[in-house]
Design a protein around this ligand. Structure first.
Ligand SMILES: [Fe+2]
Length: 183
């Protein structure tokens, strides 16, 4: 007899989490066109933090499993890591420059194409191979490891030691009110 209240075994699996993360990253990338130029600096910091967290967790869990369990996994992992390194390098470079520099938005738009292509590459070449070569129980275990790796990633810091500002940080209404009362 089936238990309808039981969660889908796939719900917490590694691949389900990876796909959910990819959709979140795509959401961040999709916001680029709505941003004013003077919001691009903060946006780059946000995007970089989100991508680094995902990439580091993938490196410690996904690519390790790929190498261990999948024939030719080494080669595929290396291809993906090379793509990732190129994206990281561009993002680090953009973060070190001011948003007002010529070509800033254009480079970000190019970067978006690269990130989306990298995500498609993983979804086409990596995730199906993992599901084909790892049993469901192992994928669930890897999902737990991935979740822990994501939680354990340190917050990205700028080279000056500060943490990135929130992209859509809202002003504190109490402080705003206090300022206007004192003015
Ligand atoms: Fe990914």
């Amino acid at each position: 007899m089936s238990d309808e209240t039981q969660d889908e075994p796939w719900a917490d699996s590694l691949v389900a989490q990876l796909l959910a993360d990819h959709r979140e990253i795509e959401g961040t990338l999709g916001r680029l066109d709505e941003l004013a130029d003077n919001e691009l600096g903060n946006y780059v910091c946000e995007l970089r933090e989100q991508l680094l967290r995902h990439e580091k967790a993938e490196e410690t869990v996904v690519y390790r499993a790929l190498r261990d369990a999948v024939p030719d996994g080494d080669r595929i992992a290396q291809e993906c890591l090379t793509e990732q390194a190129e994206v990281d390098e561009t993002l680090a470079e953009l973060e070190s420059r001011h948003w007002s520099r010529a070509g800033y938005r254009g480079e970000l738009t190019e970067l978006r194409i690269s990130v989306l292509a990298h995500a498609r590459h993983e979804e086409r070449e990596v995730f199906p191979r993992l599901t084909a070569h790892e049993p469901v129980e192992r994928l669930a275990e890897l999902g737990e490891q991935y979740e822990k790796a994501m939680a354990d990633q340190p917050t990205h810091r700028h080279s000056d030691g500060t943490t990135p500002p929130r992209l859509y940080a809202l002003p504190n209404p109490v402080e705003e009110l206090g300022d206007s009362v004192q003015a």
